[in-house]
Design a protein around this ligand. Structure first.
Ligand SMILES: C[S@@+](CC[C@H](N)C(=O)[O-])C[C@H]1O[C@@H](n2cnc3c(N)ncnc32)[C@H](O)[C@@H]1O
Length: 225
């Protein structure tokens, strides 16, 4: 498993495992994950409104954050990622599209935002990069920065809808690691949301892609937390 180290020596799995593949990320993901359809479905699910604060965790090249800003120009959109190189691509895209989306380098389990900041947190193709304890730590941190009643939308690899989908997922496991991705296949993202105290947890949709089944999950921070 090729992991990259950040300035403070913590390890993370880069978008396509090897840093030299990062410039190709957008081209690879566009068709292989049905990106337009799945990311729009995620945004339709969370329904961002004018004036809302939105955070994209593990934002990568910023595609989802930019789509969120395009869909709702009056939202305040932020994106964080551990990888400086991929954030450089996100910044270039923001400049080209002349949108105001604020990207910053950060660990997902140590977000530099005050408690109860965001109305909505989204995350796409990110949680399968994390080991189980990291998944729990990140979901806990997302709970902290969400406002009471805030919503959390995830698009990520999920339980395969057929044996064919299971086999198609093998290259992703080779690229991104086995135990961390197996948890997604075993449906453990819902368990992660339950353990960390989210409520009204729902798997809203599944999409079959050439690399397996992608699932959308929606959950809410309780009003009384
Ligand atoms: C497969 S990419 C997904 C990018 C984007 N969200 C998308 O849908 O295309 C996963 C991203 O998670 C980031 N990442 C991995 N571990 C991280 C961590 N612990 N904290 C923050 N970002 C992390 C990687 O740098 C990478 O950009």
């Amino acid at each position: 498993m090729s992991k990259h180290m950040s300035a403070n020596e913590k390890a993370y799995i880069a978008a396509l495992r090897y840093q030299w593949l990062t410039p190709m990320y957008d081209r690879v993901v566009k068709y292989s994950t049905r990106e337009h359809t799945t990311k729009h479905a995620l945004l339709d699910m969370v329904k961002i409104e004018a004036g809302e604060h939105v955070l994209d965790v593990g934002c990568g090249t910023g595609t989802l954050a930019l789509m969120a800003k395009t869909a709702q120009p009056y939202a305040l959109v932020f994106g964080i990622d551990a990888d400086k190189h991929i954030l450089d691509i996100a910044q270039q895209k923001v400049r080209r599209q002349r949108f105001h989306v604020q990207f910053s380098q950060s660990w997902a389990d140590k977000l530099n935002f005050a408690p109860n900041t965001f109305d909505c947190v989204v995350s796409s193709l990110f949680f399968h990069h994390l080991q189980w304890q990291e998944k729990l730590a990140v979901a806990t941190e997302i709970m902290r920065v969400l406002k009471p009643g805030g919503r959390f939308g995830i698009a990520d690899w999920g339980e395969p809808s057929s044996l064919v989908m299971r086999y198609l997922f093998k290259p992703v496991q080779w690229l991104d690691g086995y135990s961390n991705t197996q948890e997604n296949l075993d449906g453990k993202l819902k368990l992660m949301l339950e353990i960390t105290g989210f409520q009204s947890i729902e798997t809203v949709k599944h999409f079959n892609t050439i690399f397996g089944t992608l699932s959308l999950h929606l959950a809410y921070k309780p009003f009384n937390s």
